[in-house]
Design a protein around this ligand. Structure first.
Ligand SMILES: Cc1cc2nc3c(=O)[nH]c(=O)nc-3n(C[C@H](O)[C@H](O)[C@H](O)COP(=O)(O)OP(=O)(O)OC[C@H]3O[C@@H](n4cnc5c(N)ncnc54)[C@H](O)[C@@H]3O)c2cc1C
Length: 484
């Protein structure tokens, strides 16, 4: 059994950010456990054609690791390079244990430490555990009748098979969310025919992308310029919260803009009808794309709406609800992730045998989206209600680090061994979150989205400004915790 002061599970930006903050706090005795055979999460795993961030890169980057981006909305390859840059710059390469798939963790109250069981790398233990397994890292594939009989190729966007040549083939893409909106324009010109199966249309706004020229990239290398640009983008994006929570007229104004954009890009009235959402903008993630609608309007692309959706799958293709049989060579599942009920994907046993699964039976919840009573010294990065539909997830991750590091430092400085949030503090926090949620478009916008858990609670999103979350997580509130 290998023992460390801190174990971090996951090596995406969440895990990297935790590791760097530990090093900054003078804590070197830690390991990152990563189930894959490579370092880095989302942007090393999602290599599908067209994959790119939808928050401008100067904001979608770690505040302490600026970068000379080539593109305002960086593509997957550049985000991969950025990951490597962060890993090398902060010397994280030797800190990771690859192929270490965590299968379960248990709190050992006598020794005040966590035991971590992995599939192939044995057992680890640590005083502190930081779970950074990602909000969107467990892909979901729905089941359709007969699916197992399909003789063609299938894969999820999360696991794109680059060995498969889709050119001139008949391809079905199931799903029409953020990943599909990037894949469709990227592959449509090359496939024989593309069938897009859409359950619900999304609101789409143009993406003001921009390639940084040489001089601009040089400017990005100047810290004050980078900072200024980052904060300019931050505040511009932060204003979106007014629409999501406070101002119906503001959101209706943007909806009208989106409808004008749709009319401009899609001349066909029937296609436009299929693409017009019937819920309030923001209820589902808004898609930023200037290329999606023209791709859907191509002659070799067919959009199948809900009523023409998938009834079954057979050896050669898809049987649609309207009875039509569509021959396909490849089915791409762009069906998203278990973002709500799969916040932590392995069994967690806390104090007195408390099971996280039971605590979260109704819906996942956590104090500051990070800590739970009965689970001492356990911190969840991008836990329940930390998602943010309007700005960079990395801003939230960095905010969580303030709280996590403050907990660890406080114990160290006071020579104590464990910290646990009080039941009442967690309850009060969770009640506040769901009270505030009532006013948001995610709750009342008239859609069903991955932001909601099976119980109907919106558990992916934080119902407010990201700076409010930052303020809440700025420092440990000792009165909310039991230290021992
Ligand atoms: C396609 C896509 C596009 C996105 N676009 C944006 C965007 O534009 N803006 C934005 O703000 N956010 C976006 N996100 C959200 C994105 O997940 C976050 O921005 C951020 O990358 C999360 O970092 P993370 O480290 O928490 O999770 P991840 O990057 O998912 O990393 C989690 C890591 O944990 C590992 N892991 C999981 N389970 C285990 C286990 N049991 N044992 C060991 N290791 C494990 C995984 O293999 C992975 O490497 C996007 C997500 C996806 C999937």
């Amino acid at each position: 059994m290998q023992t460390f002061q801190v174990l971090i599970i996951g090596s995406g930006f969440g895990g990297q950010c935790a590791a760097i903050n530990l090093l900054k706090a003078g804590i070197d005795d830690f390991r990152l456990l990563e189930r894959r055979d490579f370092f880095g999460g989302t942007w090393c795993q999602n290599t599908y054609p067209g994959a790119a961030v939808d928050v401008p890169s100067p904001l979608y980057s770690l505040s302490f690791a600026p970068y000379r981006w080539t593109q305002m909305f960086a593509g997957q390859a550049e985000l991969h390079r950025y990951t490597r840059h962060v890993v090398e710059r902060f010397g994280l390469r030797d800190k990771v244990e690859l192929d270490a798939n965590v299968e379960r963790i248990e709190w050992d109250d006598a020794n005040k430490r966590w035991t971590v069981y992995t599939a192939d790398k044995g057992t680890f233990c640590a005083q502190f555990l930081i779970n950074a397994t990602g909000p969107l890292s467990q892909p979901v594939v729905p089941y359709f009748n007969g699916q197992e009989r399909f003789q063609g190729k299938t894969f999820h966007t999360n696991n794109w098979d680059h060995g498969y040549d889709y050119r001139q083939k008949s391809v079905a893409i199931v799903g029409s969310g953020a990943s599909a909106a990037q894949v469709i324009p990227a592959i449509a010109p090359d496939v024989g025919h593309l069938h897009v199966f859409q359950r619900t249309p999304h609101w789409v706004l143009p993406r003001a992308d921009h390639r940084f020229g040489r001089f601009q990239r040089w400017l990005l290398g100047l810290k004050p310029v980078y900072k200024l640009l980052r904060w300019g983008i931050y505040w511009q994006f932060e204003t979106r919260v007014f629409g999501f929570k406070y101002s119906k007229p503001a959101v209706h104004r943007v909806q009208r803009q989106a409808l004008r954009f749709l009319k401009l890009q899609v001349p066909d009235t029937e296609l436009r009808r299929k693409l017009t959402p019937d819920y309030t903008m923001g209820c589902k993630r808004v898609i930023l794309s200037s290329t999606l609608y023209p791709a859907l309007a191509r002659r070799n692309v067919t959009l199948h709406s809900r009523e023409q959706g998938i009834a079954a799958i057979d050896e050669t293709g898809i049987v649609a609800l309207d009875g039509q049989h569509i021959d396909v060579d490849l089915i791409v599942w762009s069906t998203g992730y278990d973002a709500t009920d799969g916040v932590i994907c392995y069994p967690v046993t806390g104090k007195n045998g408390t099971c996280l699964k039971e605590v979260w039976a109704q819906y996942p919840r956590a104090y500051l989206g990070t800590a739970l009573p009965d689970f001492p010294n356990l911190f969840i990065v991008t836990g329940p209600n930390t998602g943010i539909g309007h700005t960079s997830a990395l801003f939230i991750i960095e905010s969580q680090m303030n709280y996590i590091l403050d907990c660890i430092r406080t114990l160290r400085d006071q020579g104590l061994r464990s910290i646990e949030v009080r039941h009442e503090a967690e309850r009060t926090y969770t009640e506040m979150i769901h009270r505030e949620m009532e006013r948001t478009v995610w709750k009342s916008g008239g859609c069903h989205s991955w932001y909601q858990s099976r119980s109907g609670h919106v558990i992916a999103m934080f119902p407010g400004f990201s700076f409010s979350f930052h303020r809440l997580t700025r420092a440990l509130k000792p009165a909310d915790h039991i230290l021992s």
